[in-house]
Design a protein around this ligand. Structure first.
Ligand SMILES: CC(=O)[C@@H](O)[C@H](O)COP(=O)(O)O
Ligand SMILES: NCC(=O)COP(=O)(O)O
Length: 245
């Protein structure tokens, strides 16, 4: 089964916002990514608007020919925006204002009732609902129970262990991801993965047979500084395909 690559363009907006102007434009980056072979575009409209802004989501929804995966917190404000734009997919993520990045997966098990009601109108509006979770059986099973179609497994702990050379932790995290990808698939969920992936860390994740999509952003936007965005994406595609073969 083919593995899709979703390119997250949030950090093009981070650079733009450093000066408060209009460049670099995340929509232009998204169009370049489309041409370079991205199967989808991911954008996370944070509540504090630290990178992507409301106008970016509006422009992306109008400009893209590949599916938009709209990442958002489970708030009324975000739900209203998703219902206005009706992106192909909505990925519900946890958010804490003071965090540097998305530090963990969503707490689904303790909030099943609220989240089931929260995602119902999104599903009715035709959005594919995904839940960003840690590789944790309780959270994966709760995601299935609330009616999500997809879980995206948070690969941050695995990638951190890799980049810090903690090989035992890396292998343990990979084992957790492997087991949870299989478990989620057996429950009927489509399995995605992402956060912090690089050319080095992606092959074992791309090789997990149940994983259908990877969402990758920060590393690709950084790598684009050195080799250009199309080449950075093409290399990720190559590494993923090689691991999958
Ligand atoms: C949910 C996720 O993994 C991405 O959307 C990522 O969080 C975006 O980057 P920041 O966490 O740096 O906002
Ligand atoms: N959901 C994960 C994502 O969109 C990309 O995360 P990162 O590669 O920017 O860490």
């Amino acid at each position: 089964m083919t593995l899709r690559l979703g390119v997250n363009i949030d950090h093009v907006a981070t650079v733009r916002n450093a000066r408060g102007g209009a460049v670099p434009d995340p929509v232009r980056a998204a169009k370049v990514a489309e041409e370079a072979g991205a199967d989808g575009i991911t954008a996370h409209l944070r509540e504090d608007r630290r990178h992507i802004g409301d106008a970016d989501i509006e422009a992306l929804a109008a400009a893209l020919t590949v599916p938009l995966n709209f990442e958002m917190a489970a708030t009324e404000e975000m739900q209203a925006l998703a219902l206005r734009h009706r992106p192909h997919a909505v990925c519900i993520v946890p958010e804490r204002r003071e965090e540097r990045t998305t530090e963990g997966g969503l707490e689904v098990a303790r909030e099943e009732n609220r989240l089931a009601h929260f995602i119902a109108p999104l599903r009715e509006a035709g959005c594919r609902v995904s839940i960003f979770v840690a590789a944790d059986e309780r959270q994966v099973e709760a995601s299935a129970r609330i009616g999500a179609e997809v879980v995206e497994l948070h690969t941050g702990a695995y990638c951190d262990a890799w980049s810090e050379g903690r090989w035992g932790d890396r292998d343990a995290e990979l084992e957790r991801l492997r087991a949870m990808a299989a478990h989620a698939h057996a429950l009927g969920l489509e399995v995605h993965a992402g956060h912090g992936l690089t050319y080095e860390s992606v092959p074992p994740i791309a090789a997990l047979p149940e994983v259908r999509e990877l969402n990758i952003g920060h590393f690709l936007i950084g790598e684009a500084i050195f080799r250009g965005l199309p080449a950075a994406i093409a290399e990720m595609r190559r590494v993923m395909d090689e691991a999958r073969a």
